[in-house]
Design a protein around this ligand. Sequence first.
Ligand code: F6R
Length: 259
Amino acid sequence: MQISIYPGYDELSKAAAAVVAEVVKAKPNAVIGLATGSSPLGLYAELARLHKEEGLDFSKAASFNLDEYVGLPPEHEQSYRRFMNENLFDHINIDKKNTHVPSGTAKDYKKHCAEYEEQIRKAGGIDVQVLGIGSDGHVGFNEPGTSLGSRTHVTTLTEQTIDDNARFFEKKEDVPKFACTMGVGTVLDARKCVMVVNGKKKAKIVREAFEGPITCVCTASALQMHPDTAVFLDEEAASGLAMLDYYRWIQQNSANAPK
Ligand code: F6R
């Protein structure tokens, strides 16, 4: 794992976007895994800027989102399909036919989840997966107790996640209780993972995920087993880390590290 600390949200977002942009430049038909929520908004704004101002080309790229609320149709204000259109897809030249978000209205979720996995496999697997972390340690919507080998499935959101996400809905009761999410195993199959985290309220869970035991109680901790994960933190999110000085030392010396 590579843990990097930046002065603020803008800086960490730009640094994380640069990693995604490198993947797309090296492989124009890259398969990008995407997350929703507040954390990646800066990263998406930077990808949109790189497209507009520097010609970063997504015309051959494909994408797969981590998750969707069960019960929300694509046009719903809070659906993750709509979030992705508004915050990224409408601002870059990706072909929407090549963008995938799990369904919020599948008739048969077992079948839908198996098909989602198959679509990822047929696309050649995910080259780079963008991730955030929930305050209960979830990655995707893999809540505490989810198998670290899980594949795409329907999950029951924790009260903590419902509380956290109530800010996007008129009232807490409107937050769906179920979501369809890639599994932890699906995430771990990505060739590269890029996690973005900011803010003081994530400091404790960042420490648990990256310096604590690997446990299904904090599914993001499974990333410790991933061979190519980069974690982009602001000072506040990094503030609970015991090895903070060492991570800074690595970051300072990274330009001179042997290739
Ligand atoms: C979103 C997702 C979640 C979020 C997490 C953090 O697609 O899978 O794991 O990344 O809940 O959300 P924010 O960024 O809003 O704090």
